[in-house]
Design a protein around this ligand. Sequence first.
Ligand SMILES: Cc1ncc(C[n+]2csc(CCOP(=O)(O)OP(=O)(O)O)c2C)c(N)n1
Length: 569
Amino acid sequence: MMRTGAQILWEALRREGVEVVFGYPGGAIMPAYDALLDSPIRHVLVRHEQGASHMADGYARVSGKVGVAIATSGPGATNLVTGIATAMLDSVPLVCITGQVSSKFLGSDAFQETDITGVTLPITKHNYLVTRVDDIARTIREAFYVARSGRPGPVLVDITKDAQQATTVPVWSDEPVRMRGYRPELHASEGDLAQAAELIERAKRPVILAGHGVVKADADMLLRAFVDKTGIPVASTLLGLGGFPATHRLSLGMMGMHGEAWVNHAIQEADLLIAFGMRFDDRVTGKLETFAVNAKKIHCELDPAEINKNVRADVALIGDVKDTIEALLPLVSRRDHAPWLTWIAEHKGSAAVRDIQTMPHDGRLFAAHVMHDLWRITKGRALVVTDVGQHQMWEAQYYKHDHPKKLVTSGGLGTMGFALPAAIGAKLASPGDEVWVVAGDGGFQMTACELSTIAQENLKLNIAIINNGYLGMVRQWQQFFYDGRYSATPLRSPDFVKLAEAHGLAGLRVTSREQVESAVERARATSGTVLIDFRVEQEDAVYPMVPAGAALHDMIRRPSPIVETAEDE
Ligand SMILES: Cc1ncc(C[n+]2csc(CCOP(=O)(O)OP(=O)(O)O)c2C)c(N)n1
């Protein structure tokens, strides 16, 4: 049967299993939007295309499927860019579809023409410009294959308006996709596995570094089996949180710039690091020359380009981390590493004194209190989507995730404005989950327009704004490294309660710790979306902190006791 390119597009998406797309119409994508009316696929109308790419991203991270965003040419396409870059740095599979001016106008600076394949070349895993109707079905199939195979990532398909309007008889293929030069299926060799097992058997002070790859590869249960057998403690990256249960006795917690002090010390003291699905990002290693200098490194990673990029690997196990752990498991023996665990526990003892939770309650509301109480009230089972800044780190420190895919956050790019739209995608991916947005007063305002999308789609979210009146994380850097000169960080915000109400949503304000529990419970008990404006201590800082470029063990610690500190500042 003859079909238009636009009809073929939707049919191709349906064949890939797509159920929902996030988008915004415009001239060059209008044929596709017209054909959408006859497609069973749900379309969520966003308020800004950045929201579409973040929603697709949140959807993909939670569902494990490919997220789809759609936009028109020119400004519609460029508005997607921040979300595409966010997905690229966190290896999230997206297919972004953009309309393009008709092929006869290409290169003429036509109305709303942007070379979006040029613009997104460095921030996509692959991209395509489709000018012929006959190429649409095959290209969409290939795009999904590239997005989800190997190390996942975003793919952009730019389709000219005339290709959407032209007609053809589509050819649907069931053959496996093959692309010259692209070999995503890699496996560690037996020799490398044996070498890794030998290092593991010899180690006296080993630490596992668990990253996003563990979560993405659904390797959490295998990691647990590996840890239970080998007795090796686990440090997690920000994106690895939940890949290993936070309440497990061998879970150390988060490492890196705002990692727990004892975790960073343990890494620096280790004689072996086993990195599962992480890429030694600078926020994790601190100064490379001083990073775990006495440790051998086993790097288990899907992307060969990551091997020896930042940290030299003694053994590289290239392949899916789930397969790698499965293959390693029979090669290692049962151990308990008691002296090493005692050493770590001693360090934890002194660090815990500085934990804000242990300090006497003096009536002030700290963000850490909010995170801790949220964790307690939701029994650690909520799906939390954070924005970027101090609140993101406090969430990572105080909301203990025991399960994978329950924390959605922008790690690599650190994109403010991510949380609200990503949470919409997360909720659609997992409607049964209790979803909490945790955002700062700054980042929330970047994409607050998506409140309107929430209202239109009738979604139930819970929104916690950690409102400190500053661009908090930048203010903290100014406090530590710029003599407290607060340049452009004091922030005035609208009345968030009224803002929620203006969208037909409920709003609450919390100014003291006593009010936290009842507000959280009220939000949970309300069928519609509730926004809570938490007015927290304005000039608190995230501790510990490894200053950029410093060694991992050179942390700025929370002065103790905290009560005196707050008065001193
Ligand atoms: C789009 C974008 N612009 C700028 C930054 C730099 N930045 C990182 S954290 C931060 C402050 C965030 O403030 P807020 O959202 O209020 O959260 P808080 O740190 O106070 O918790 C800024 C400006 C960024 N990460 N993303």
